[in-house]
Design a binder for this molecule. Structure first.
Ligand SMILES: [Zn+2]
Ligand SMILES: [Zn+2]
Length: 349
């Protein structure tokens, strides 16, 4: 089979691999869509293994097949996997983590929190940028029939991450939500938050992404390169501040502004990976009773819940994809994504 490997330092390469055969407890998935997630840029840009180490995800150095938003169809089962558990032909998304399988975190579907050590498919083990993909059967989640494979791929990380954060924030209809960064996760938060009944203020610096945010329902869009974001949000909220803010860019100034732009008793949540932030703790947090949340993706069933929400609310998630690629275009696809000026990209098979 073909697989796209990340060689580090902005190099990707299509290579040939033996077709995977499922071991005990595993399934093989024929890939139909494999999304490009913002966090892939960290693995793409850095020297081999450096981004994984910086994110606390092991010390992998061998080239691996990228892609941690896998969506496809079950084609083979290993020993101990029943037809009922993983029927041949079932349309699935993959919850792209596996842990020990028996601890409390694993058993409730939060395997990425397993303390026995985790595998992250597409990050520390072969991922979805390939014709076939082998994973433990317990990581697969059925894709609702209303969703396309590309939409399932988006839910498998970027869109699911936005949904998981909004649920952790207990976003209410009628609240004002500021979303910092309108890449694939931020745009998802804009469209999901709007569908949940919030008034969304989108913050971005790229013109193309600002346009997408408007199309996805943002009530107001702030150009962070030209405006003072905190003042602009105060002006849009009668001087009160946003009820909640979700920070998706990972940039330190945006993180600080996300905390400062919320009202007294407001909530800010970080999902952007890596880096740091400096806060003036007393005025930024304590004096205003601000709640600050860190949120890392979603559980296996949280992913299904997100997919069901997209289906029920008829969210046109296909529109998040500005680019659909073939696997042999991986080099071109990542070069463009690296500019961070477009919508989301996906490989279709
Ligand atoms: Zn575990
Ligand atoms: Zn991701």
């Amino acid at each position: 089979m073909r697989g796209v490997v990340f060689l580090g330092d902005r190099k990707v390469e299509m290579r040939n691999f033996p077709d995977p055969t499922p071991g005990p407890g595993e399934v093989v998935v024929e890939m139909k869509a494999s999304g490009m997630c913002g966090s892939d840029l960290k693995f793409y840009r850095s020297p081999p293994g450096a981004a994984q180490a910086a994110l606390g995800l092991g010390d992998l150095k061998d080239p691996f097949i990228g892609g941690h938003e896998p969506c496809g169809v079950v084609v083979a089962r290993g020993a101990g996997v029943s037809e009922k558990e993983a029927p041949t032909g079932m349309r699935i998304m993959d919850h792209h983590y596996s842990g020990c399988g028996i601890c409390n975190h694993c058993r409730v579907g939060w395997s990425q929190l397993c303390r026995a050590g985790i595998t992250v498919y597409g990050v520390t083990a072969h991922g979805g940028h390939a014709d076939y993909f082998k994973v433990p059967a317990r990581t697969i989640v059925e894709l609702p029939e209303e969703l396309s494979f590309a939409e399932g791929a988006a839910v498998a990380c970027g869109t699911g991450t936005a949904y998981g954060a909004l649920r952790r924030m207990n976003l209410l209809g009628g609240e004002t939500l500021a979303v910092f960064g309108q890449g694939p996760v931020g745009l998802s938060a804009t469209v999901l938050g709007t569908a949940m009944g919030a008034r969304v203020i989108a913050v971005e610096t790229n013109a193309e992404r600002m346009k997408l945010a408007r199309e996805f329902g943002a009530d107001a869009v702030i150009d962070a390169a030209k405006e003072n974001v905190e003042t602009a949000i105060k002006d849009l909220t009668r001087g009160v501040g946003a009820d909640q803010a979700l920070e998706c860019s990972g940039a330190a100034p945006a993180r600080r502004a996300a905390v400062r732009c919320v009202k007294t008793w407001g909530t800010a949540c970080y999902v952007g990976e890596g880096g740091d932030v400096t806060l003036d703790v007393s005025p930024d947090l304590l004096r205003r009773q601000v709640t600050l949340i860190g949120s890392w993706t979603f559980s296996a069933m949280g992913m299904r819940e997100c997919a069901d929400f997209v289906a029920k609310k008829r969210i046109p998630l296909e529109r998040i994809f500005s680019h659909k690629w073939r696997l042999e275009q991986a080099d071109e696809a990542y070069k463009l994504f690296d500019k961070q000026s477009t919508g989301k990209g996906v490989f279709l098979f």
